[in-house]
Design a protein around this ligand. Structure first.
Ligand code: 5GP
Ligand code: ZN
Length: 105
């Protein structure tokens, strides 16, 4: 598997991991666009939000619960934060493993 984020998940590549469980991982973006810039993703390799299938709907729901846990633990709830998927190259998606950006001040 040549996917960069799968390599991070499999600990074949280093990352600053913030939170992890059996299904999801959160680590710091290597090139932050905000003071807090985290990437949150399912360990299952799904290429983009456009590739979510019917069988993934529970997993994607759980992804948002995991993102909520990250936001609380990282203390960005009071400041507010953005959750964002880039979908497709035209929108700036460069890593083809679905990931939420969590951005905050
Ligand atoms: P995309 O543009 O695909 O929505 O988001 C990919 C993000 O991954 C970018 O914000 C980019 O800075 C980040 N990124 C790219 N390579 C690495 C890496 O090797 N490690 C980490 N932690 N982030 C990366
Ligand atoms: Zn992957």
């Amino acid at each position: 598997m040549s996917c960069l984020f799968c390599k991070i998940i499999n600990k074949e590549m280093p990352a600053d991991i913030i939170l992890e469980d059996d299904k999801f991982i959160c680590f710091r973006d290597i090139s932050p666009k905000a003071r807090v810039h985290l990437l949150i993703l399912p360990k299952k390799h799904i290429e983009s939000a456009l590739d979510i299938q019917e069988q993934d709907k529970e997993l994607i729901g759980e992804l948002f619960l995991f993102a909520k846990k990250v936001a609380i633990e990282q203390k960005v709830v009071d400041k507010g934060y953005k959750l964002l998927f880039n979908v497709g190259k035209g929108a700036g998606q460069v890593v083809d493993h679905i990931h939420l950006h969590l951005l905050s001040k």
